[in-house]
Design a protein around this ligand. Structure first.
Ligand SMILES: [Fe+2]
Ligand SMILES: [Fe+2]
Length: 287
């Protein structure tokens, strides 16, 4: 069981909102309207950990270890929403999300295969770590810069915790887990070839609500994410390349085999699929 150890390690590096955020260094001249509005959108997006937790607990009924870890993850993600809202409450109260705006991102996600979801969120944490590091650079106001640095570090640690559960799944499920992780790894590391930002909050998760079934589509400004990435924090090819490198690096460690490109990982995915019995769900050919 990983939960006790992960609890301990995340507890030992936990930051405290009242002490570790330098609230008294706020410089109003360094916060623009457009910057403040992005903080609101990030706060609501973080709140979407609530429906994600409901999904994780439902889809992992047979895994009490992972479900227990969700208590830590859920707490830290809600704290991210809270610290961003606290910043707005103090310095731009007109932009604090309303309870209705927060509640709008709570909707049911369709049931999904747990191994695929785990890898999706592992890649999502890596991506978010890089987005927030870039956001910390783009912002000019010292307090919010520090907040983005703090939450970026949390996202990296979440990725590390998910990786531990992926290792555990490899021991328990072998090639079925390898096929699931490789399939999602190929998708999530191919962002440069797609139009859309590849993060769990930007994926369709409820067929009955389509097209309003992404977290992003339920924000007050559904188009903000692309604008934030392209025009504001300028998440360019170099940054995108860093995300892909981190995913490939970690999956290389996990599979004990080096993948220098998404194409190499895709070849490996096909190798694993060929080894699986045809009746295995993961052996169903992916596009
Ligand atoms: Fe977060
Ligand atoms: Fe996270």
């Amino acid at each position: 069981m990983l939960y006790p150890e992960l609890f301990q390690s995340l507890e030992s590096v936990r930051w405290v909102m009242s002490k570790d955020v330098p609230w008294d260094q706020f410089d109003p001249a360094q916060l623009s309207d457009e910057q403040a509005r992005t903080i609101k959108m990030n706060a609501i997006t973080e709140w979407a950990a609530l429906p994600a937790t409901e999904m994780f607990l439902r889809d992992n009924r047979n895994d009490s270890d992972f479900s227990a870890f969700m208590s830590v993850w859920f707490y830290e993600e809600q704290k991210h929403a809270l610290v961003l809202m606290e910043y707005l409450r103090r310095f731009r109260p007109d932009l604090v999300p309303t309870e209705e705006e927060l509640h709008a991102v709570r909707f049911d996600f369709d049931p999904a295969p747990p191994l695929e979801t785990l890898m999706l969120h592992f890649c999502g944490e890596i991506r978010l770590n890089h987005w927030y590091r870039r956001a910390a650079e783009w912002h000019t106001e010292p307090v919010i810069k520090q907040i983005y640095k703090l939450i970026a570090q949390d996202e990296a640690r979440h990725g590390g915790a998910y990786l531990r559960y992926m290792k555990k799944a490899l021991i328990e499920s072998g090639d079925v887990a390898r096929a699931a992780f490789a399939r999602i790894g190929v998708l999530m590391a191919s962002a440069r070839r797609t139009e859309k930002a590849l993060h769990p909050t930007n994926l369709h998760v409820n067929a009955a609500l389509f097209p309003n079934d992404t977290v992003q589509s339920r924000l007050p400004d559904p188009a903000w994410l692309e604008h934030w990435l392209d025009a504001q924090i300028c998440f360019d090819n170099e940054w995108e390349g860093r995300v892909v490198d981190r995913i490939l690096h970690n999956i290389s460690l996990l599979f004990e085999r080096t993948f220098n490109s998404v194409q190499e990982l895709n070849r490996y995915r096909k190798e694993v699929l060929a080894r699986l019995p045809v009746s295995t769900p993961a052996a169903t050919p992916a596009a």
